[in-house]
Design a binder for this molecule. Structure first.
Ligand SMILES: [Zn+2]
Length: 252
């Protein structure tokens, strides 16, 4: 759309005003406007995503529900919904998007073992899947819960001492979560000890979608439109990461 503007001396102020309107329009018209624009954006972003291999890891599953809200919304269900939508967006853009689980299943393969052993085995399996699929990046999706109901907001984590590419991936996703959900001013953090992040060699981040312990955010996290918004933010962050780190359209 940039070519649309003919910015001469007399038109510059009007163009600036129009640009401001375009910037503010998403906030004014809300998600519906953003969604309408999404189809065009998706086309543009696809050039950076074609052929890229992304492993999406919805946390927990099966006997491990993860965190939960006061009224029983389970982390394993919210993260799966967002992960499935993220996979759909990435696949539509030509990426190879693999999930570590695409249903409410136990990844351990050890149904008779103790819960702790199953939990460990499931984590090992997530790492194996990332390797088997040839992941270029890994995005693990979780939701938080803490004793205080006040905390809210989506936040991206990477392991301490992560390389520049990993920090870049985290920063791109965090930025889009801030812009698109408008529900957080949180910053990327490395205060995390996550088996998957510690055991894959490619850039890997955990996206904590929000706090199930915050009643208002828990209600949002239960909504399909908000889940789609979160998936879109992660999708755009991933696209920007690949736009920065690789040449578009050259990968098989
Ligand atoms: Zn979790």
């Amino acid at each position: 759309m940039a070519g649309f503007f003919v910015v001469g001396p007399v038109r510059r102020r009007r163009a600036a005003a129009l640009a401001l309107v375009l910037l503010l329009a998403p906030a004014a018209a809300g998600w519906r406007w953003l969604e309408a624009r999404a189809a065009a954006d998706q086309q543009a972003l696809a050039s950076f995503l074609a052929g890229r291999v992304v492993v999406i890891d919805p946390g927990h599953g099966g006997p491990d529900p993860g965190a939960s809200s006061a009224d029983g919304l389970l982390e394993k269900d919210v993260v799966l919904a967002v992960a499935l939508e993220l996979q759909r967006l990435l696949a539509a853009a030509g990426a190879q998007a693999h999930l570590t689980r695409d249903a409410d299943i136990d990844l351990s393969g050890m149904p008779d073992a103790s819960l702790r052993e199953r939990w460990r085995a499931a984590h090992r399996r997530r790492v194996e899947i990332a390797r088997e699929r040839g992941a270029e990046i890994v995005v693990s999706v979780h939701a938080n819960a803490v004793p205080s109901p006040r905390w809210y907001g989506a936040q991206v984590f990477h392991r301490p001492g992560a390389d520049e590419a990993t920090r870049s991936l985290a920063a791109h996703i965090q930025r889009e979560l801030r812009h698109i959900t408008a529900g957080t001013d949180r910053q990327v953090s490395d205060h995390v000890d996550h088996y998957l992040l510690n055991n894959v060699t490619v850039p890997a981040v955990t996206v904590e979608l929000g706090f199930l312990s915050n009643p208002r955010e828990a209600r949002l996290l239960a909504r399909e439109d908000y889940q789609r918004k979160l998936a879109w933010a992660i999708f755009v962050g991933i696209a920007h990461y690949f736009a920065e780190t690789g040449r578009p359209g050259l990968r098989p």
